[in-house]
Write a protein that binds this ligand. Sequence first.
Ligand code: KIV
Length: 280
Amino acid sequence: MAKKKLMVHDLIRMKQDKEKISWLTSYDYPTAQFAEAAGLDMILVGDSLGMCVYGYQSTVPVTMDQCIVHCEAVRRAATNTFIVGDMPFKSYQISEEDAVANACRFIQEAGMDAIKLEGGKRITSRIRAIADAGIVVCGHIGLTPQSSGQIGGHKAQGRTVESARALIEDAIAIESAGAHLLLVEAVPPEVAGVIRKKLSIPVYGIGAGGDVDGQLLIISDLIGQFQAFTPKFVKKYANVAQVVTDAVKAYIKDVKASDFPDDTHCYHMLEGELEKFKTM
Ligand code: KIV
């Protein structure tokens, strides 16, 4: 039987029941198909696609149009999964009107169930405006890659009492602004645990330890596909880079040795046609 598609109230219930929620990024049709078939609870079409799919140095160059195309592909593959579309840089920074219009594109054009945007107190007006438009909103605090220039690079956050307190205030402000979900990235487990306890909305961690309601990882890290760097919090469950490299090497060897293709890979002429063809 196909699994039931989760909705935001199911995610809240899972928090209340202490049932951990599994969440991964996906950017394309095949991995989204595998993820849904494996029984994953949620997918994020993250702007990390800029690095994982396009080879950019950061998420900053990613555009709305790129995000929409990837969200559409993932939705086609995972029709029964709760999918969050990630709002890229410049899609919500400029004005509330812009933020609502772009959030609507994720829902209307790409069939997303929710959107995610980065930042704490300073973006609560955007969260409120998007939630008021009837859209499920996921906040994102801690290491926020779109503003890595301001926060000192891709560094863990909340490691001093002062910055931990600021993060907790951000989390409370995000919930009060109407967000339905919150992601906390690269913060000490103790800080994430306080945030989980203080909030009634589901709190997810990526690099935030185990005392949260759900876990997120980037699929390209999990399957060992992304090669540029591996954050401390990643657990690799496969080595796709090695599998693909080995397959390509074996193919090259076969081609050079004329071992591929063999007869099993060939189409044959129809009954009786080969004899006539030979006398042509
Ligand atoms: O874009 C993304 O995948 C993200 C994660 C790094 C949290 O926002």
